[in-house]
Write a protein that binds this ligand. Structure first.
Ligand SMILES: *Cc1c(COP(=O)(O)O)cnc(C)c1O
Length: 338
């Protein structure tokens, strides 16, 4: 079977850069949703703990329970509690969902400052905080998410201004309602990279920790290094004569006699099929013929082939983003820390 390696040095290099940006390891909340962006939830949690990361962000209650022993604080982005766990905080994404949380649940209120996906409206802040009080929930933080932090435009500034207004109003309301001092956070990886003086309570970083952030070249160059590599093993080899075609539909015709080998990594494992007949590996091995479910052919004789060691490059071939390349990698592929 194909396998994945996770480079611990590169991961720690990335966390060093992020810790410099946040000025403290304690302010890093590592985003571990979708199997830690395909890297492996437990493998990344283990390394993060070793590095000294105390906070994590996941999508669901189930993910949070799996990593409970690795972190002191876990933020769930979109789920409800199935049991009471002191470490887990839940996101309020909609004013009408407040009544669904049991009494004494720790919650963080998401405010829509412009992305218009999740979160209460800015004008609903007071009403939401009153409802949270009424429901007997423990409000710990107010946060938002950027829609264009990775793009060269004024939108990031506009959302920061909106969030500054939210902060001011929330701080005014909080003492009257008897909540403790609130924490505030708004940064994903791209947004954190743009702050000259980061002064929030926490940053939610995913893609930069995995070393696969893609930003316009006008932004400050940062030395993040890709953590994940995918390798596949040869199933079989054959010599093809000029004019013979490879794979389903015979879509690749060899121009001169050559050795084509078939390797055990296909779209069922996460090799995006759109890369068929266009993808070139980091060692310049050309993928030929349509990518199959369990395998793909390359002009190569190697026993083992490096499929990719930087999801950004694979993403270019697939005309997508590194996030999709990474989260397409299936759970059952063996992950090994190197
Ligand atoms: C996924 C996610 C992040 C992390 O974003 P990156 O670009 O990977 O750093 C942060 N915040 C929220 C709300 C998210 O859903």
């Amino acid at each position: 079977m194909a396998y994945i390696t996770l480079n611990k040095n590169n991961f720690f290099n990335n966390l060093d850069i992020i810790a410099k940006q946040t000025k403290s390891k304690d302010k890093i909340a590592l985003v571990l949703k979708d199997n830690a962006y395909g890297h492996g939830l437990l493998e990344i949690s283990q390394m993060a703990k070793e590095y000294g990361i105390k906070k994590a962000v996941v999508k669901s209650y189930d993910e949070a329970m799996k990593i409970e022993n690795y972190f002191e604080y876990i933020l769930v982005l979109a789920d409800y509690p199935s049991s009471n766990n002191k470490k887990i905080r839940y996101t309020i994404n909609d004013i009408n969902s407040i009544k669904k949380f049991p009494h004494a649940t720790k919650v963080e209120l998401k405010v829509d400052t412009g992305m218009h996906r999740n979160g209460i409206k800015m004008s609903e802040l007071k009403e939401a905080m009153l409802k949270i009080k009424e429901q007997g929930l423990i409000l710990e933080a107010v946060f938002t998410h950027h829609r264009s932090a990775d793009e060269l435009s004024s939108e990031w500034f506009w959302q920061n201004e909106n969030f500054a207004k939210v902060k001011k109003e929330a701080e005014k309301l909080v003492s009257g309602l008897g909540f403790d001092k609130l924490r505030f956070h708004s940064c994903n990886s791209a947004s954190l990279s743009r702050h000259v003086e980061f002064d929030e309570d926490m940053a939610r970083v995913g893609i930069s920790a995995y070393g696969c952030m893609q930003l316009p070249c006008a932004f400050k160059e940062l030395d993040f290094k890709s953590v994940l590599s995918v390798y596949a093993n040869k199933i079989s080899s054959r010599v093809l004569k000029k004019g013979e075609a490879v794979g389903y539909g015979g879509t690749f015709i060899v121009e001169k006699d050559c050795v084509v080998s078939n390797y055990n990594f296909g779209y069922g494992d996460g090799f995006l099929r759109i890369c068929s007949n266009t993808y070139l590996t980091p060692e310049a091995k050309k993928q030929v013929g349509r990518i199959s479910m369990d395998n793909a052919s390359f002009i190569s004789q190697m026993q083992e082939i490096l499929i990719f060691n930087d999801a950004k490059e694979m993403a270019k071939s697939a005309k997508t983003i590194s996030y999709e390349v990474l989260t397409s990698l299936k759970l059952n592929i063996k992950r090994e820390i190197v």
